[in-house]
Design a protein around this ligand. Structure first.
Ligand code: ABU
Length: 233
């Protein structure tokens, strides 16, 4: 069967979960991600951190590295802050491999929250491990299980996708880019200076945001990813 919809791989969490009659380790992804990709005309495929996901890069039309727990700080030469948590080394292993393969293949890519951090660290950057230490307890890191709203200012390339140069998207992150990796261009910041979005220079579509676009009804970033994936696929 020939797929007419661009196939968009989306990485996922592996966590203990309760569902129907079960209480067990589960591959999880908020359903908003897959709804946005399907609505945008893509075919979502959830990628668990098992096997060697990097081998999928040549078989996908596009990729999302989704939100999740903190990256092992050893990957960027640091020791864990006391607030660094939910480290899943097996997920790091899978997603860093997939990220590298996606960059090598020029696969259209959207990083979301943790996905932005994976991109920056893969390219040699570092993370601020607990943003409240430098930016205070702002809307970046609201109460667990809720999204905060933080205004961000967009560069022209991202403003073109959103049709506006300012927005107030949903946030839930306690880490952020500290040292920006070579090869990344900043495409959005919040007023406190936090880097909110980046893109890889020289690739047709490789961008990442610190916020959670899946939490909003409109999904221009998902539309743009599926469109870019359709051009390549
Ligand atoms: N560090 C993982 C992404 C979410 C957060 O910064 O809290």
């Amino acid at each position: 069967m020939v797929m007419s919809r661009p196939v968009i791989g989306i990485t996922c969490y592996v966590e203990p979960a309760k569902f129907t009659v079960w209480d067990m380790t589960t591959a999880l992804l908020p359903y908003m991600y897959v709804e946005h990709i399907a609505r945008a005309g893509g075919q979502p495929v959830i990628i668990p951190p098992a096997g060697v996901p990097a081998e999928l890069a040549g078989r996908l039309d596009g990729l999302i590295i989704a939100g999740g727990g903190d990256i092992d700080p050893a990957r960027y030469g640091s020791r864990p802050h006391e607030q660094t948590g939910y480290i899943r080394k097996f997920r790091d292993e899978a997603e860093f491999g997939l990220m590298r393969a996606a960059l090598d293949h020029g696969l259209p890519f959207l990083g979301i929250c943790r996905g932005l951090q994976v991109l920056n660290v893969e390219l040699g950057g570092t993370l601020q491990q607990h943003l409240p230490d430098v930016a205070g307890h702002t809307g970046h890191s609201p109460a667990p299980g809720t999204f905060g709203r933080v205004p961000v200012r967009l560069s022209p390339s991202l403003a073109k996708i959103y049709g506006d140069d300012e927005l107030t998207p949903a946030h839930y992150h306690h880490q952020a880019i500290d040292r920006l990796a070579d090869g990344l261009e900043i495409t959005a910041r919040s007023d406190d200076g936090t880097i909110e979005a980046v893109e890889v220079t020289g690739l047709p579509f490789a961008l990442a945001v610190q916020w959670h676009p899946e939490a909003d009804e409109d999904g221009p970033l998902f539309d743009a990813l599926v469109t870019a994936a359709g051009r390549v696929g």
